[in-house]
Design a protein around this ligand. Structure first.
Ligand SMILES: Cc1cc2nc3c(=O)[nH]c(=O)nc-3n(C[C@H](O)[C@H](O)[C@H](O)COP(=O)(O)OP(=O)(O)OC[C@H]3O[C@@H](n4cnc5c(N)ncnc54)[C@H](O)[C@@H]3O)c2cc1C
Length: 438
């Protein structure tokens, strides 16, 4: 389910290629093809692993990330409530280095020279590439008015110190206090994530017997964006009177100093915890002042349009973007979700396309990708959502073919929230962590 391509299938194809004596261009060269991967999260770690696993010594992979390990957002809402500790979501790079032979370089990419095929790191190092894969995740769009400071009012939408700050602030809540949080305008990282957070925060307050404390969910969208049945039931029954859900609440100002927020649906002032999760866009890959923040092209929502057969950027066939930063062409109303599971699937498609290209072959067109998100609803029960996509025709709102892309062929939701789903969440997460980082 998680594997877009089996290794066996890949090797069969590789075997066919050698049987007809197709001499790979870069694979035939004396030195291995150089692939630089920027970002060691779910997309970057997976593509680095699979390039080495499928390409062997014919490909030299350097993975660049500013941090010595990756802290996963997945399960991080349970760190906020104290149900899990940070070590459970901290994923190291040792297996990629030792087992897969990936060179891991700690550093931040500050510029890409697409003409000469090099990336520049903040320490002055330059790395040359034959193929470049970018998986830097997301950045935040500041609110229209401030003063906004995420170190005072955390978003906790990139895991790490932000997660711990929100945990600390939640732990400081007393009865009759209010926790105000926002849901960004779609598309954003992890569609069910904000609603899941509202549930586990309310559950935490309930278990602490703070029964007059409130959670206000200010949604910039007109309705719940994922698992409306499960979260609708949770808001209306399990947490009735405790969670207040406010749709169409576009944020107009955030004051981190006074912990106040203004929206098109009303204002909240001097709240105990303000968990403002801003609207999102592709993480910058160049200076903030540079054109498109370093990207050759961005769509209107600030993400990078890609070809779903290779994850290449139009006009830059050896530069690939995967994970939350990319925008995959899809049918209207059936967007490809920004999830770790999806980043992992896209990484495998991208790795296969790069190896085929180095082999002088065209990309495979028989592609499927998928995504899963498991959400805790209380400390013991959970829900899930899954979606599958096939490459082919994609459709506009009127049902007319508008081009090629990843068409969603099914969308599954847990028929009911229960304890099995909660337990399955850990099995699924551990599987995804291992498939990406080990
Ligand atoms: C609360 C929450 C719950 C979630 N739950 C789920 C879930 O149940 N299922 C699921 O599938 N997904 C879930 N997600 C979403 C998932 O975490 C993301 O979709 C996933 O991490 C995206 O992978 P990525 O590789 O695009 O980005 P990331 O995993 O964020 O990795 C980006 C990496 O790039 C690095 N980087 C950034 N800029 C640079 C640079 N200039 N130079 C070098 N490195 C750089 C960063 O340090 C980071 O390590 C959840 C997210 C949240 C916030």
């Amino acid at each position: 389910m998680m594997h877009t391509f089996s290794r066996r299938r890949f090797l069969q194809l590789a075997g066919m290629a050698s049987a007809v004596s197709v001499l790979p261009r870069a694979f035939g060269a004396a030195s291995p093809a150089r692939v630089v991967v920027v970002g060691g999260g779910f997309g970057g770690a997976t593509v680095a692993k699979y390039l080495r696993m499928w390409g062997g010594d014919k490909v030299a992979v350097t993975l660049v990330d500013p941090n010595p390990s990756h802290i996963a957002c997945i399960l991080s809402n349970l760190v906020v409530t104290g149900a899990l500790t940070m070590d459970r979501i901290t994923l190291g790079y040792n297996a990629l280095k030792e087992k897969r032979g990936v060179k891991v370089q700690q550093g931040r990419v500050i510029a890409i020279n697409y003409g000469s095929g090099t990336v520049s790191l903040s320490d002055g190092t330059a790395l040359a590439y034959d193929h470049l894969v970018l998986s830097p995740g997301i950045d935040f769009v500041p609110p229209p008015e401030g003063p906004w400071d995420p170190n005072v009012t955390p978003h906790a939408w990139q895991a790490g110190p932000q997660t711990l700050l929100l945990k600390q602030q939640l732990a400081s809540m007393r009865d009759r206090d209010t926790f105000v949080m926002t849901v960004p305008k779609s598309p954003y990282r992890c569609p069910p994530g904000p609603y899941e957070r509202a549930c586990v925060v309310a559950d935490y307050l309930k278990r602490k017997k703070l029964i007059f404390a409130k959670v206000v969910v200010l949604d910039a969208n007109p309705s719940i964006q994922a698992e409306p049945v499960a979260f609708g039931e949770a808001f209306n029954f399990i947490y009735k009177g405790m969670i207040e859900y406010v749709p169409n609440a576009a944020v107009t100002a955030v004051n981190s100093t006074t912990r106040s927020i203004q929206t098109s649906a009303g204002d909240w002032s001097n709240v105990r915890v303000l968990n403002y999760i801003p609207n999102q866009r592709a993480a910058a890959i160049g200076p903030a002042s540079s054109l498109n923040r370093g990207w050759p092209v961005l769509n209107a929502q600030g993400f990078v349009p890609v070809d779903p057969l290779t994850y290449g950027i139009s006009g830059y066939p050896n530069v690939h973007v995967i994970g939350d930063a990319c925008a995959v062409p899809a049918s209207e109303g059936k967007a490809v979700p920004k999830s770790g599971h999806m980043a992992n699937a896209e990484a495998k498609v991208c790795a296969d396309a790069i190896l085929r290209s180095l082999n002088g072959e065209s990309p495979d067109k028989n592609i499927t990708t998928n995504s899963a998100c498991f959400s805790p609803i209380t400390a013991t029960i959970g829900s899930w959502l899954s979606a599958n996509f096939n490459y082919g025709d994609i459709y506009d709102a009127a049902g007319k073919v508008k081009g090629k892309g990843m068409h969603r062929v099914d969308l599954g939701e847990a028929p009911r929230t229960n304890g099995d789903n909660y337990q399955d969440m850990f099995t699924w997460a551990e599987g995804l962590f291992a498939d990406s980082f080990v």
